[in-house]
Design a protein around this ligand. Sequence first.
Ligand code: FES
Length: 103
Amino acid sequence: MSVISFKLDEANRISSDTGGYFVKYTKQDNKYWVLPSECPHRSGPLHLGKQCRQTGAIVCPWHENRISMRCLKRNSMPVVVNRDTINIVFSDDSHKVWKEFHL
Ligand code: FES
């Protein structure tokens, strides 16, 4: 198990042996989430999807299905945010963190 920490403005994407994730702030609950970036349908890149204004669901860019935040949060990584730093607990030690500017 390992904990990785980074400034919220320095990175927003994480990969590990358990899969890819992206950092998402949600106004609905005023929280940061580390959500899986693979769509449960056919592994579409959810980190490239838009968020539905009405429901908060992420719209998959491949087939335009709406993946509910409830579903994504169920598969999110545990995080603690202190001011501008996010701390994420991973079950493995192999992870990579980077910034994607279009998110
Ligand atoms: S891969 Fe996301 S809806 Fe099909």
